[in-house]
Design a protein around this ligand. Structure first.
Ligand SMILES: Nc1ncnc2c1ncn2[C@@H]1O[C@H](COP(=O)(O)OP(=O)(O)OP(=O)(O)O)[C@@H](O)[C@H]1O
Length: 442
């Protein structure tokens, strides 16, 4: 079949939510291409507009790790998109075949995907649907980021084609701030990439549950189980960095460019290091061998007490509207700090599928008042004392010695004072050494 007098369809490659992808030949330029044909016809204005947006968005990008877009048009009532043909398979297929991938392969995927993502972010484009099926690997193992079907321009909310109260994306990889109804930013893509890398390494995503809503709650307030604890063979530095990408707070995650630089530098092979400063969000990666940032206290602290499957929350089930297929409005985000998305059940869909819309119940935790936020100060307080003791053992033991000395003096005064006074500052004796002793890491 010859499409638009130019592209000869040869064999189907696959089908997604919006269209079917064919291997084709561009007979004008004489080269193989991939052609995505919009499912159905172009009479559905909403779907057609989103399909066109995908083409326009991806066409703005020119990067070795982003699938190139060559052409866009309409033919016999259907829109088509002509792309660079990636001869290989998606990371979803690679993962399905292997079960899990070795650390060096995952590090290469991380460096390349993050580089493609960083180029999109520089153009003001947020991908919003990073998942294994959207990462394509060619015959050499080079990874290319594709499917900008639900991407949006950071500065152009109208381009999101959204409807209030809905969140679009795949729940398995959805950043906490998006689960809370806030707009996706570049850091949301980094979080999603962190989820994908975690899955490639361990064979399972960081959070999984029976319903999409339960998974969203886990993104919000459950720490991922560190891969080493699952018995995965991964260098400590790699694990530390991966967990920093999964930080609950967007500002605590590295940028896509930092992720690309860090993995490309080979630093992932090293041991985890403590840095003198708290995880520096968006600081340039140190050269030549950048250290892994310290995992945010909330991430690591919670990991000790809660498993990835824990914390099931009752709520509405998945609210997959099937909107991408049906052409209904999709993908609305709440304003920062604005009201949470409202509950609205919808038809069920396949977990991890694309173009799925989720809605949280109205009583979902609010940012700043949610369960995760309430738990943070305690975890951070204990973690801070531990870090202080482990980083400054001499100072800590000097303080502990002084406290013990004054305690002994006060006890002596109380015992041997002529009037037998019992006014001993027990609070100082009891509390201070306990606080320091709680982190006896030396
Ligand atoms: N440029 C391309 N070269 C080779 N294969 C491609 C290309 N683009 C997409 N594919 C493959 O075609 C199939 C369908 O892709 P498509 O992007 O339409 O859907 P999807 O990403 O699987 O799902 P969804 O669109 O619902 O997120 C996938 O298997 C994908 O790997």
């Amino acid at each position: 079949m010859l499409v638009a007098d130019r592209y000869r369809l040869e064999s189907p490659i696959g089908r997604g939510a919006m269209g079917e992808v064919w291997r084709a030949t561009d007979e004008v330029l004489g080269r193989p291409v991939a052609m995505k044909l919009l499912l159905g016809d172009d009479s559905d204005a909403q779907t057609a507009a989103r399909f066109r947006l995908e083409g326009q968005t991806a066409a703005r990008l020119s990067h070795p790790h982003v699938v190139a877009v060559f052409d866009f048009g309409a033919w016999e009532g259907r829109f088509y998109l002509v792309m660079e043909l990636v001869e290989g398979r998606s990371l979803a297929q690679e993962l399905a075949a292997a079960g899990s991938l070795a650390a060096p392969r995952v590090a290469a995927v991380a460096a390349q995907t993050a580089a493609g993502l960083a180029s999109a972010h520089r153009q003001g484009i947020v991908h919003r649907d990073i998942k294994p099926g959207n990462l394509m690997s060619d015959a050499d193992g080079t990874v290319k980021l594709g499917d900008f079907g639900i991407a949006r321009f950071v500065d152009d909310p109208a381009a999101a084609l959204t409807q209030a109260g809905q969140i679009v994306g795949t729940s398995l990889y959805l950043a906490p701030e998006r689960a809370l109804g806030q707009p996706a930013g570049p850091a949301s893509d980094v979080y999603s990439l962190g989820c994908v890398l975690y899955q490639l390494l361990t064979g399972r995503p960081p959070f999984h549950a029976d319903t999409a809503t339960a998974i969203l709650y886990q993104h919000i307030d459950t720490a991922p189980v560190p891969p080493l604890r699952l018995g995965v063979d991964v260098p400590p530095a790699f694990e530390n960095y991966l967990l920093s990408m999964l930080a609950k707070q967007p500002e605590e995650r590295p940028s896509a460019q930092e992720v690309a630089d860090w993995f490309a530098s080979g630093a992932w092979q090293g041991r985890a290091q403590s840095l003198p400063e708290p995880a520096a969000a968006h600081a340039p990666a140190p050269a030549p061998a950048p250290a892994a940032p310290r995992v945010p206290a909330a991430t690591r602290g919670a990991a000790a007490t809660r498993g990835a499957g824990g914390g099931r929350v009752a709520g509405v089930g998945r609210a997959g509207t099937g909107s991408r297929r049906a052409g209904a409005p999709v993908a609305a985000q709440g304003r920062p700090g604005g009201p949470l998305p409202t509950a609205a059940p919808g038809p069920a869909g396949q977990e991890g599928g694309a173009g799925t819309t989720y809605m949280l119940p109205p009583n979902a935790p609010r940012q700043g008042g949610g369960r995760g936020r309430r738990a943070l100060p305690d975890r951070r307080g204990v973690g801070g004392a531990r870090q202080f003791v482990s980083r400054r053992p001499r100072v800590a033991s000097a303080i502990a010695g002084s406290v013990a000395f004054f305690a002994a003096v006060l006890i002596g005064m109380a015992l041997f004072s002529p009037d037998g006074s019992t006014e001993t500052p027990r609070v100082e004796i009891g509390v201070t050494p306990t606080t320091l002793g709680g982190g006896s890491g030396h």
